[in-house]
Design a protein around this ligand. Structure first.
Ligand code: NOJ
Length: 528
């Protein structure tokens, strides 16, 4: 018997429309069993911290059995828990505890590929070309007289070709690492298995999913060559001509996903949809598809008033004709953290404080990445400790994403900053982080952690945040100002000089307003 997970939560079927969702990169959040790797017990032990911070929901990155070629995004069994992270009983306990504190729990769904250790892929390797076992993946004969060249020119996102040859001479497709074979979504068995995975977790009581590579899954008939990446000019964001992503048939998969969610009122899915064309992005947000799609425009914007304003305007325009609200992201486990993107050090932190008020003032859902609230920066790591498959697959030309995945510092007085009982954490933690720890910041009203807490409390309680949409207000060069229908005014100053405060009651500021002006690189909320 599972605990009834919905009894203590406020009844709301569209809680996600303005939710603040806290992303937990499970390896790096908190280590409950002392092996140097974060886990479910660690998350459970830190629920009081998360409740105090005031988040509405969690997104927990993959914790399923995995050989960890891509740190869990290579799933060997999507309906179980990796022993490094705990077990199903621990997951159920975490879910019940989170719900008991009014925090919803969403988890990662990784449909596009499995691990090479998945029993299906092992069966496919053992079976013959043309077999039903191989038809769950994308096996093809190679090109060239002896089939020794890959079936097409597609590159892997992690470097090198997207194809690996097996001993009998066939090749299989992997858009990511060779340990992540792409599944064949034209095969009904694959879609049925995805639905079974969703029901497995929904029956346990999860509140929704973050869908990995939600613009993947469907592949074009015949798997033709794509426009070479270097000719697209879109190295990160997959545009037209990149046939690996955003194929029209993907929407049939999303309709199936939504149909399952609709059987469980109050559940939702947010998609990782790296699609640059706003009209095509909007297709994923039709009423029978995803409830939310991450908008990565804030995450990719430079710290300039023009860039930020364009990011906000374009993001709102992208969802305007859809039932979905916008969904704002400043950082995640795949990109440099925004403290670092904004210049690092004291400057980066000052800007990150302002960015927090910008993000949390915008209409729609907001996703925080664990450590955003502590102002965590990226960390330069030595070559020999790098773990991301990108490092090896790029021939040591790209360092990968480890820098933004450093374990969370909880306490300055303990080993490994209280992240783990063990000194040897899965990625090393730097010296000199005592001031960054949760322990140091929670009691300090001037800390970025306290700023986040105040911002979340206001966002949850003040009528100023009511209503969708915003109106831009006239603002001096280098400044952004907008007003929400409920009366919230957000002003962000990137002008290089202090500026006078407009009329209104100050609700919160990212910097000291001592002389009645808003300093450079800071933001203020007013009720006007
Ligand atoms: C997106 C995830 O966020 C990333 O971490 C992962 O490597 C790829 N999808 C492949 O699953």
């Amino acid at each position: 018997m599972h605990p009834d997970p919905h009894t203590v939560l406020p009844v709301s079927t569209d809680w996600w429309r303005s939710a603040v969702v806290y992303q937990i990169y499970v390896r790096s959040f908190a280590d409950g069993n002392g092996d140097g790797v974060g886990d479910l017990a660690g998350i459970r032990s830190r629920l009081p911290y998360l409740a105090d911070l005031g988040v509405d929901a969690l997104w927990i990155t993959p914790f399923y059995p995995s050989p960890m070629a891509d740190h869990g995004y290579d799933v060997a069994d999507p309906r179980d828990v990796e022993p490094v992270f705990g077990d199903l009983a621990e997951f159920d306990a975490l879910l019940a505890d989170a719900h008991g504190r009014g925090i919803r729990v969403t988890i990662d769904l990784v449909p596009n590929h499995s691990s090479h250790d998945h029993e299906w892929f092992q069966a496919a390797l053992a079976a013959a070309p043309g077999s039903p076992e191989r038809a769950r993946y994308l096996f093809r004969d190679g090109r060239g007289p002896d089939g020794s060249e890959p079936p097409n020119n597609w590159p892997s996102v992690f470097g090198g070709p997207a194809w690996t040859r097996v001993p009998d001479g066939q090749w299989y497709l992997h858009i990511f690492a060779p340990e992540q074979p792409d599944l064949n979504f034209a095969n009904p068995e694959v879609v049925a298995d995805l639905e079974e995975t969703m029901r497995f977790w929904l029956d346990r009581g999860v509140d929704g999913f973050r869908i990995d590579v939600a613009h993947g899954m469907a592949k074009p008939d015949g798997l033709p060559d794509m426009v070479p990446m270097e000719d697209t000019g879109l190295l990160a964001d997959h545009g037209p001509g990149d046939l690996r992503f955003d194929q029209d048939d993907v929407h049939a998969v999303h309709r199936r996903i939504r149909a399952v969610l609709d059987e469980y009122p109050g559940t939702m899915a947010v998609g990782e949809v790296w699609v640059s064309d706003d009209a095509r992005l909007a297709h994923y947000l039709r009423e029978d598809e995803l409830q939310l799609a991450f908008n990565f425009k804030l995450l990719t914007a430079e710290w300039t008033a023009t860039d930020l304003r364009d990011a906000v305007t374009d993001s709102l325009a992208a969802v305007a004709g859809t039932p979905a609200p916008a969904c704002w992201v400043l950082s995640n486990h795949d990109r440099p953290r925004h403290v670092t993107r904004y210049g690092g050090g004291e400057l980066g932190t000052r800007r990150a404080r302002a960015a927090a008020l910008l993000q949390l003032a915008l209409p729609g859902a907001a996703y925080l990445y664990n450590g955003d609230e502590l102002g965590m920066p990226d960390v330069d790591l030595a070559d020999e400790v790098l773990q991301d498959p990108i490092w090896e697959r790029s021939g040591h030309t790209e360092r990968g994403r480890d820098a933004c995945r450093i374990p969370m510092p909880w306490s300055g007085s303990e080993r490994s900053y209280g992240f783990s009982a063990q000194a040897d954490t899965w990625l090393p933690m730097p010296e000199g982080w005592a001031a960054l720890t949760a322990e140091a910041q929670v009691g300090d009203h001037a800390s970025i952690r306290s700023l986040y807490r105040s911002a979340l409390a206001l966002r949850a309680s003040s009528p100023a945040f009511a209503g969708d949409g915003l109106d831009w207000l006239p603002a001096p060069d280098g400044c952004l100002a907008f007003r929400r229908p409920g009366g919230l005014v957000c002003l962000v100053n990137l002008s290089g000089a202090a500026m006078p405060l407009p009329e209104g009651q100050v609700l919160l500021a990212s910097a000291d307003l001592g002389d009645g002006t808003l300093p450079d690189d800071s933001a203020v909320w007013l009720h006007a």
